[in-house]
Ligand binder design. Structure first.
Ligand SMILES: Cc1cc2nc3c(=O)[nH]c(=O)nc-3n(C[C@H](O)[C@H](O)[C@H](O)COP(=O)(O)O)c2cc1C
Length: 381
């Protein structure tokens, strides 16, 4: 697709996504909670430290591969979970998971994805993680774990930074809520993108595929499902639930959404394989530490005892360099691949992954690192 080839960085793909998506959907991806200070803050935090390259190293063959959550991946970057991905392109989670598999990295499917655990497993031959929210209906959580085992998922990820939903004003302005109650601005936003509307009407409707069996037949599927899921988020989830899930799953397990070294210590003591240092891309509590700012103290507390993922604000290969130099095992992204998906389906996600892979490879060579293990604290000032 020629318009994708012209995109030279993530911001270019963001602009294409903005042109293609109805305004409520673009803002759903792009926005965050409250004043959205974390959304920009996550990326700007990388500017506070500088890279220190070392030269006259033979970097003729740079190896970007690494290992995370029990699987070898082709680069220290993977695709984090995002809900209702099929809203942004009719091929949705299937396209994203295939693009990840093609390039050789992990894909994490969200509990609130629009494609089922089983359908992603069929589509995706690469490493797969399922991101789980503990539901009030603990039977459902148990069911998710069993389904992931049956479908051969490699790892499980529990997101903990959403005891209640963040206050996202951009969504409220269009009535793009859970369940959706579109207002005039929302309707106009969709009407202004007839191409998207046509494709939405000519493809199966995006729905919460992992819980659709919970709604009685004949009821208004999408609205009831949204209401069901909105009521299922459990603000009383505790460390005991984490311990129960780790044991029930019995494989690589990541806790996502920690910013505090104290929580990181507790997570390691409870038995996690990995910690995803994250503020949910600025969509939950605003005005927190950025993922990169929180990374250092967490590495100092539990580095070497578990894998550490830096999640949020990654838009450049240099951001990955800085996170790895500060002790991260790998990084993950959300919005960048959604921009790519909206811009061009699977080809758009591939474009995002190729751009970032090429930047990572080039930056490693420029930094003087032949492999991921060589990216070190000495490369940061
Ligand atoms: C549209 C959207 C939906 C998301 N849905 C989920 C989700 O269902 N579960 C989850 O753990 N994180 C979710 N996230 C957060 C991402 O996994 C990730 O933490 C965040 O996007 C990282 O920041 P970045 O967008 O700057 O890369 C979502 C993010 C976006 C943008």
């Amino acid at each position: 697709m020629p318009h994708l080839d012209k995109a030279l960085n993530i911001e270019d793909l963001r602009k294409i996504a903005r042109r293609k998506l109805p305004e409520p959907l673009f803002n759903y991806i792009d926005g965050g909670a409250d004043s959205e200070s974390n959304v920009c803050g996550n990326t700007h935090a990388y500017d506070a430290v500088k890279l220190v390259p070392e030269y006259l190293v033979d970097v003729a063959n740079v190896d970007t591969s690494t290992r995370v959550l029990g699987r070898d991946i082709s680069m220290p970057l993977f695709l984090g979970p995002t809900g209702m991905t099929r809203l942004f392109h009719h091929d949705g989670e299937t396209a994203v998971s295939r693009a990840a598999a093609d390039i050789g990295t992990y894909y994490a499917l969200s509990t609130v994805g629009a494609t089922s655990i089983e359908d992603v497993a069929k589509a995706c031959s690469g490493p797969k993680c399922f991101q789980i929210y503990v539901m009030k209906d603990r039977g459902l959580t148990h069911e998710f774990i069993q389904r992931c085992k049956d479908a051969n998922y490699d790892s499980l990820m529990l997101t903990v930074d959403i005891p209640v939903a963040g206050y996202r004003e951009r969504e409220l302005r269009y009535g793009f809520t859970l369940p959706p109650k579109l207002n005039l601005a929302g309707v106009i936003g969709f009407a202004a993108r007839p191409g998207w509307v046509y494709r939405a009407l000519t493809h199966p409707r995006a729905t919460l595929a992992n819980v659709s069996h919970k709604i009685p037949e004949g009821s208004s599927q999408s609205t009831s499902l949204m209401e069901y899921i909105a009521n299922q988020f459990d603000p009383s989830v505790s460390w005991d639930d984490l311990a129960w899930m780790i044991e029930e799953w019995g494989g690589p397990f990541v806790i996502k959404g920690l910013l505090s070294p104290t929580d990181a210590r507790r997570a390691v003591d409870t038995g996690v394989t990995a910690i995803s240092v994250s503020n949910h891309g600025g969509r939950q509590l605003d005005s927190t530490l950025s993922a990169f700012e929180a990374l250092g103290p967490i590495v100092d507390e539990v580095g070497g005892e578990c894998e550490i993922i830096c999640d949020g604000g990654i838009r450049r290969g240099t951001h990955v360099m800085k996170a790895l130099a500060r002790g991260a095992t790998a990084c993950s992204i959300g919005r960048p691949y959604l921009y790519g998906l909206a811009a061009g389906g699977q080809a758009g996600v591939t474009r995002v992954l190729e751009l970032l892979r090429d930047e990572i490879e080039r930056d490693m060579a420029l930094l003087g690192c032949r492999n991921v293990a060589e990216i070190d604290r000495k490369h940061l000032a």
